[in-house]
Design a protein around this ligand. Structure first.
Ligand SMILES: *Cc1c(COP(=O)(O)O)cnc(C)c1O
Length: 480
């Protein structure tokens, strides 16, 4: 039997049906439970044990989305999804991704898809302008930007380049000859620890730096003490990873002081702004990026709060030569005249995998559809909704807001013990009317509410606050 490829005409018809399905999904999101209450294995049990022997009608495949899939989903675009950080998407992002999928380009080298590389370089320069990033990150100088799949990958390649630099190339050549260390605050993301492990530094290659007890931002004096102690012990400081908007509470590390220390000690400074970086599209929120001119590398996730669907992390380096030197390997089968001329960017040398897809398309679509003002309006709406929610929390003396909320995350708790707070969160999420997650702040159970869905309105927060206050356990497990 010959394979039954989908013809362009069939694709046109089924493609329209898929777009209709997605539009209906978005239009009805608010009526669905945010999370599924089904036990593990429920979705898997709805699937046949093996693939069909003969191909099926497309209508049957599409119909199963409603019966098999959506009942078992957490709806991340839901107007009352307030968990973790947002991973918002948008119409233009999905359509840009669709075009990229249709083109099916593999852009590992400039030569394997010149437009794939050049659109990406220009989009990262556009983004740098949008966020008003330091000039040293632009591709027109020694720097440049690249799309990574995630902030975790951005931090990994930053750490690899930093270790390459600190070891004067030994890391790449014969391997590590001494102990190298990466510094981050106690609030740094788990991906930093993972990066140190993958780079070969081991878990002991991470040095955790203390924070200011009020702001939860890295304490520069503690960083200096850690650097001094390590140098005295013969350990080589390789990188400091500072955070703009920590995952737990959106604390902002003091980059001016940290950057000055990195200069003084000759240490690579990587800045992780995975979620809060998007805030810098608004001039009034750019205070959070003060001191960024000290950074050797910086990343943020348009896929979190900038309406560009997962996956899309934007990563910049001040000196692309160091990054490429750390990561490049040139097998014969990839040799080509454009690469040899030195006039082109080969993004394979800026990331861990060789192959890469055309992710810049969705950024191009999003930036053009919204424009700078449209993106600012999105960020401002999230910040304003979060601020109003925090006001509600403060106005109820059973509750307290436990950390500053400069962006769209509010951390709050009942003035009660951890068990009562955990029970409150369980009750709020149980009905599927809203979804929040938790963290520990100063070692106490804390609820997190992060605004980010483009569908979220004031009434969604009003309803969620009613839900929360109505779920307060009336047998508090004791005042704390
Ligand atoms: C979300 C987050 C990350 C990880 O993001 P991925 O893109 O999923 O890897 C890293 N750092 C911070 C501060 C984050 O909030």
């Amino acid at each position: 039997m010959t394979p039954t490829h989908m013809t362009p005409e069939e694709f046109r018809r089924h493609g329209h049906a898929v777009v209709d399905w997605i539009a209906d999904y978005w239009a009805t999101l608010g009526q669905r439970p945010v999370t599924s209450a089904d036990p593990p294995g429920t979705v898997a049990a709805r699937l046949p044990a093996g693939p069909p022997e003969l191909g099926e009608a497309f209508e049957r495949i599409l119909a199963d989305l409603d019966t098999v899939l959506t009942p078992g989903l957490t709806h991340w675009q839901h107007p009352r999804f307030f968990g973790y950080f947002p991973a918002n998407t948008s119409g233009p992002s999905v359509l840009g991704d669709l075009v990229g999928a249709g083109l099916g380009v593999q852009g590992m080298l400039w030569a394997t898809g010149p437009a794939c590389t050049e659109v990406e370089t220009v989009m990262l320069d556009w983004l740098a302008e949008l966020l008003d990033l330091p000039a040293r990150f632009r591709s027109t100088g020694t720097g440049g930007g690249v799309i990574q799949d995630s902030a975790s990958s951005a931090t990994l390649v930053a750490v690899l380049a930093a270790v390459h630099r600190a070891s004067r190339g030994r890391w790449r050549g014969e391997g590590l000859d001494r102990r190298y260390r990466v510094y981050t605050s106690s609030q740094g993301h788990s991906s930093i620890e993972k990066a140190a492990r993958i780079a070969g530094l081991g878990d002991t290659g991470i040095r955790t730096v203390g924070v200011d007890p009020d702001t939860l931002a890295m304490d520069p004096a503690a960083l200096r003490a850690a650097l001094e102690a390590d140098l005295a012990a013969g350990v080589v400081p390789a990188a400091v990873v500072a955070t703009i908007g920590t995952t737990s509470t959106t604390a902002v590390d003091p980059l001016p002081a940290i950057g000055a220390l990195c200069r003084e000690y000759g240490v690579w400074l990587h800045v992780d702004a995975a979620y809060a970086g998007a805030a810098a599209v608004c001039p009034e929120l750019r205070w959070s990026h003060a001191g960024l001119e000290h950074a050797d590398s910086y990343c943020f996730d348009p896929h979190k709060w900038l309406l560009t669907g997962f996956d899309c992390d934007a990563f910049w380096v001040a000196d692309r030569g160091e990054l490429v030197e750390a990561l490049t390997v040139m097998p014969e089968f990839l040799r080509n005249a454009a690469t040899e001329s030195g006039a082109v960017i080969d993004y394979r040398d800026w990331q861990v995998p060789l192959g890469r897809r055309f992710r810049a398309l969705k950024l191009w679509f999003v930036l053009r559809w919204y424009g700078v003002e449209g993106l600012r309006a999105h960020i401002r709406s999230g910040v304003a909704l979060a601020a109003r929610f925090a006001d509600r929390v403060r106005a109820d003396n059973r509750f307290e807001v436990v950390a500053p909320h400069p962006f769209s995350l509010v951390c709050f708790r009942l003035r009660a013990d951890d068990r009562t707070n955990a029970e409150l969160l369980r009750r709020v999420n149980a009905g599927g009317r809203a979804f929040l997650t938790h963290t520990r702040v100063r070692d106490r159970f804390t609820l997190r509410l992060a605004v980010g869905s483009p569908y979220t309105r004031e009434e969604d927060l009003a309803e969620t606050w009613r839900l929360i206050t109505g779920a307060v356990p009336d047998e508090p497990g004791g005042r704390a």
